[in-house]
Design a protein around this ligand. Structure first.
Ligand code: APR
Length: 320
């Protein structure tokens, strides 16, 4: 990516043109969330343990109705709150805060754009997200806390009709949210700068958006590989490489590097602190369980001191 010329892009942004982002799973890989189709590391190459007839079945509504377990297994690993936003996500927040963001169209369900501080009205989650959950039969809503608790114990069944409850992620065979179509009706002819990032542009109708923008639009591809029809127009910019590397490069060119680093470091600290506190809890639990072990062994031989087990504290600590 070192020798790409971003001058045209930087000048357009400085002249006041706004950016519309079109995001895919590749912008979250550096947060620790696998994308779908990268060879070896992509999710679809690592679902063997779920014994699926084909990889995408894990997100297929008809397959889910037959056997929801594979999805729930995967959902536990992908639940938001475990992964921090990346530099690319914080770049979007900077565009928003500097009033240079038109909209973010994302295919991602990880809610990292929200976690980075991008406002709801600026985000179109084309494939839904984990932000809410509904019964697939009676459509009753279930809170995320209840959903998480039930998922840890097994299959989250609806409290009213016992149907399966799933997060509002768009499965293959389901329609996209109304907000996707209404937003695109408003935006389609007004996209001045399109930044397409971390996507293979495989899944329609999302994949068609970058080719629908006006011919005067500056289109930038920030992706490890060339995809879609990017590169076919004279003003296209191909920033082939890592999304975060692109974020750092464009922030440097706009003089936003320090602000981007600050946002990212704050996000990382918040996450690491949370992770450390969980690690501390786990260490405490191990210590408490060791006490139980000692107490148990006490009945076997008299050479261990008896200890009081603070069971309520232990249960409290288990509620990570
Ligand atoms: N930086 C830049 N590009 C990256 C990075 C990275 N760090 N990591 C991966 N990529 C690129 C890959 O090379 C690939 O081109 O991102 C793209 C990811 O493509 P997919 O895995 O197909 O993800 P996505 O395009 O979001 O998938 C679309 O498919 O299964 C459905 O609903 C699911 O929303 C998803 C849709």
């Amino acid at each position: 990516m070192k020798d790409i010329d971003l001058d045209k892009l930087v000048k357009a942004i400085e002249k006041g043109k706004k950016v519309t982002f079109f995001n895919g799973a590749g912008i979250s890989t550096s947060a620790g969330i696998p994308d779908f189709r990268s060879p070896d590391t992509g999710l679809y190459s690592n679902l063997a343990k779920l014994n699926l007839p084909y990889a995408e079945a894990v997100f297929d509504i008809d397959y889910f109705k037959e056997d929801p377990k594979p999805f729930y297994t995967l959902a536990t690993e992908l639940m938001p709150g475990q992964f921090p936003p990346t530099k690319f996500h914080y770049l979007i927040k900077l565009f928003q805060d500097k009033n240079k963001l038109n909209r973010v169209y994302t295919q991602n369900i990880d809610t990292l754009e929200r976690l980075a501080g991008v406002e709801d009205e600026n985000i179109v989650e084309a494939h839904g997200s984990f932000a809410s959950n509904h019964c697939i039969e009676c459509k009753e809503e279930m809170s995320s806390n209840t959903f998480k608790d039930l998922m840890e114990k097994g299959i989250p069944n609806c409290e009213s009709c016992k149907g399966y409850v799933k997060p509002d992620i768009v499965f293959f065979g389901e329609g996209l949210p109304k907000k996707f179509f209404s937003s695109w009706d408003d935006d389609c002819d007004n996209v001045e700068i399109a930044i397409i990032a971390g996507t293979s542009l495989t899944v329609y109708p999302f994949a068609s958006l970058p080719s629908e923008v006006d011919k005067k639009c500056i289109r930038v591809l920030a992706n490890k590989e060339k995809v879609g029809d990017l590169g076919s127009r004279k003003d296209d910019i191909l920033a082939l490489g890592g999304c975060d590397e692109f974020a750092e490069k464009i922030a440097r060119s706009l003089g936003w590097e320090k602000e981007l680093d600050k946002l990212y470091d704050e996000g990382q600290n918040k996450y690491t602190t949370k992770k450390e506190s969980e690690q501390e809890k786990i260490e405490d639990i191990k210590f408490e369980l060791k006490k139980v072990d000692i107490k148990e062994s006490k009945f076997k031989n008299e050479d261990k001191d008896e200890v009081d087990i603070d069971v309520s504290n232990l249960i409290e600590k288990l509620k990570i």
